[in-house]
Design a protein around this ligand. Sequence first.
Ligand code: C2E
Ligand code: MG
Ligand code: MG
Ligand code: MG
Length: 277
Amino acid sequence: KAKSAGRNTLMFFNPAMAEEMLERHEIEIDLRKACTDGTLELYYQPIIDLKTQEVVSREALMRWRHPTRGLVPPNVFIPIAEQSGLIAAMGDWAIRQACKDAASWEPGISVSVNVSPLQFREPRRIVNTVKEALITSHLESRRLMLEVTESLLIEDSKLALSVLDELRALGVTFALDDFGTGYSSLAYLSTYPFAQVKIDQSFSREVHTNEASKAVIEAVCQLARRLQMNVVVEGIETEQQRIAVQLLGAHRAQGFLFGRPTPLVTIKGPNGKRSVA
Ligand code: C2E
Ligand code: MG
Ligand code: MG
Ligand code: MG
């Protein structure tokens, strides 16, 4: 019987669970080193103005080049980083690196950096990191956009808002990421200082098959226009999707159709526009 085997055995877990725990533990140990050993990388994906077809900004997407696992995607390591407290250091690194990278781009192009809600639990830390990163890189603050998800606003909206305000005072702007996936309260759009709302890729994927998805894109675009926010529709993969979301009123788009996330070297061309080629 499991009970008589004592508390410190794996009897209560099935083998698959045990293996998964072990793997997470291994990843966590390696991730701890990754914060300082140069194996974290930022890839960049262009965000396009649908009217002009020009790149207006690039989103920094973190990658981890693990010695044996290869390139690990963020959906695997970010949750582990969040649970182990490593996200603060990794998030600091991403902000600094992205500012440094963006400072060498064409002056009109800004950079978006994803920020975990957990980074807001240490207000002094994130504010200081952003300040320092802007000063060190000489990047104009209006060229830095921080992408947050609504979970930030659900947890402790008062604290979140005060940190957002403090960062905004530096000249930084904000995007509400993955809109439409959670509660997606419209109040978030009007109450918080977002310059941009990003409609989740699940909506563009269904733009031709689901009337409701179409309606959501259209409604969010209308609201955003009234509130003077930009809309980015994420996950545009086909020409038909591009045309559809543009007709529904989207200003901007991001997706494999325009460019996949790529390492910095490949976007450093003579005119910096090679990423969309
Ligand atoms: P996200 O911020 O919503 O980023 C968009 C994700 O969609 C990226 O996945 C991107 O590669 C993918 N994507 C873009 N266009 C297309 C498309 O046309 N089709 C499809 N199928 N996918 C597309 P990625 O790079 O794997 O990142 C996943 C998530 O991990 C991000 O979602 C973000 O929430 C998180 N993440 C990435 N980098 C960071 C980071 O530096 N810090 C934090 N806290 N989170 C990060
Ligand atoms: Mg994002
Ligand atoms: Mg997103
Ligand atoms: Mg996402």
